[in-house]
Design a protein around this ligand. Structure first.
Ligand SMILES: Cc1cc2nc3c(=O)[nH]c(=O)nc-3n(C[C@H](O)[C@H](O)[C@H](O)COP(=O)(O)OP(=O)(O)OC[C@H]3O[C@@H](n4cnc5c(N)ncnc54)[C@H](O)[C@@H]3O)c2cc1C
Length: 408
């Protein structure tokens, strides 16, 4: 097609990269498309790594985003196990760690994020200290999931809690340590945290909040315990560190692109260089007057679709509604919206003892909802937020008030 870039290169092999190559073909881009990923596998769904893949031993094929044949059909040249080492903006080319170069007319950075690590000085590099981001991480943890073994999870965010749930259900002795005053401190209200704390304790997880790990203790080079700041020692056959991620912005920063927590992008997924776009966990952008960096499948997919339309010459600014989910034991949490900047959170009981929802407000503006085993609350919240509507707080607190009436 006239005016379209001749060659588009995507750096990354995760959700955003896979969504971009699909969306850009659907948007009518017919030029050369190259996907460069440092992973050994084709793009796969990451959420199952701390859920079904770990719990049920799914195969790699079951979690691939697209089957291998799809990339050939769509004429996407995939280069796996290939690290992009630098961007040469002047020459419009990327330099590979193996010495090769690939020219681009448009470059899409979908480099994702990497887990924060505990410093080696306190034992973060010991054998048996694991993280959870890539397939290889889940494969390293899987052999540890034997009944009776002791797992210490450091970090009470969603990934730490999900791994703790899988391990506890498998019969391990699980302790989870959160340095902040409570679990889910950064991402959810106290009411949501209360629910998940009780759930984990009911499944036998020793959940410790407000105490930092001081040091990991070893036998030789293998971790044997976590020493807490209050002097307690938690015996461990393995330690899972889930203390958040940092965006992979090194390539962008070294190339002089604007970076502020993530790679800065405009509503059409353009970076500060008009020939370079970015999508997914590696980006930061303006959302309702605040700069945010989202770590979710929804954002990776939707922002990649935005980038695809920009590349195909049909820009459509990002207007998606953030949403997220987490599975722990038989509990499903679904989150619509972003609670950032909220000044009030109200708990609405659900129809059953196991269901409830937490509604986040700034003044009278509804910002987000955490729906726990309550798909109707999630669907209602999504519809309300998507249409910019709210409901009176009194209605949320009234169990007799029906979602149907709010949507009418
Ligand atoms: C265990 C786990 C569970 C999750 N559960 C949920 C969930 O329930 N719901 C939800 O919404 N989200 C969940 N997420 C988050 C979600 O998976 C991420 O938001 C999503 O993967 C982001 O996609 P991405 O493409 O931006 O980044 P990634 O999926 O991280 O992909 C980035 C890719 O780029 C590659 N790469 C980086 N640098 C280079 C380079 N220089 N050269 C070549 N390749 C490079 C990386 O190896 C990787 O393949 C979970 C994440 C994890 C790890």
């Amino acid at each position: 097609m006239d005016g379209q870039p001749a060659q588009v290169v995507v750096v990354g092999g995760g959700h955003a990269a896979a969504a971009f190559v699909n969306s850009v073909r659907r948007a009518g881009y017919a030029g050369r498309l190259v996907l460069v990923s440092n992973e050994p596998a084709l793009p796969y769904y990451r959420p199952p790594l701390s859920k079904k893949y770990l719990a049920e031993g799914q195969s790699v094929e079951q979690i691939l985003i697209r089957p291998p044949a799809w990339y050939d059909e769509q004429q996407v040249q995939v280069r796996l196990r290939t690290q992009v080492a630098a961007i040469d903006r002047a020459a419009h080319a990327v330099a590979l760690a193996d010495g090769g170069r690939i020219a681009y007319d448009r470059l899409v950075l979908a480099t994702g994020a990497q887990p924060r690590r505990l410093p080696a000085a306190i034992g973060g590099d010991l054998d048996g200290v694991l993280q959870m981001r890539h397939l290889a991480d889940a494969d390293a943890l899987a052999p540890q999931l034997q009944p009776g073994r002791r797992l210490v999870v450091i970090g009470g965010g969603y990934i730490g809690l999900e791994v703790a749930a899988v391990a506890a259900a498998r019969g391990l002795q699980v302790a989870l340590v959160e340095a902040a005053p409570r679990i889910l401190q950064r991402v959810a209200a106290a009411a949501t945290a209360d629910h998940f704390r009780a759930l984990h304790r009911a499944h036998g997880v020793e959940l410790i909040e407000g105490v930092a790990p001081a040091r990991l203790l070893a036998d030789g080079h293998r971790v044997r315990a976590v020493l807490l700041a209050d002097g307690r020692e938690l015996a461990a056959d393995a330690v899972l560190v889930g203390i958040g991620v940092q965006p992979n912005v090194e390539l962008a920063a070294a190339a002089g692109l604007a970076v502020d927590d993530g790679i800065c992008v405009d509503p059409c997924a353009r970076t500060s260089d008009p020939h370079i776009l970015a999508a997914g966990d590696c980006t930061s952008f303006e959302y309702r007057g605040q700069r945010v960096r989202l770590e979710s499948v929804q954002n990776a997919n939707d922002q990649a679709a935005v980038a695809a339309h920009t590349v195909a010459g049909d820009p459509k600014p990002y207007a998606a509604l953030p949403w997220f989910w987490s599975d722990q034991y038989d509990t499903k949490l679904q989150i619509a919206g972003l609670h950032l900047g909220c000044d009030d959170a109200l708990l609405r009981p659900g129809k059953t003892e196991r269901s409830r929802s937490v509604w986040y407000w700034r003044g009278d503006e509804l910002l987000a909802v955490d729906a726990i085993n309550d798909p109707a609350a999630f669907a209602t919240a999504k519809a309300l937020l998507a249409s910019g509507r709210s409901v009176p707080k009194a209605a949320v607190l009234d169990p007799a008030a029906s979602f149907k009436d709010w949507l009418a």
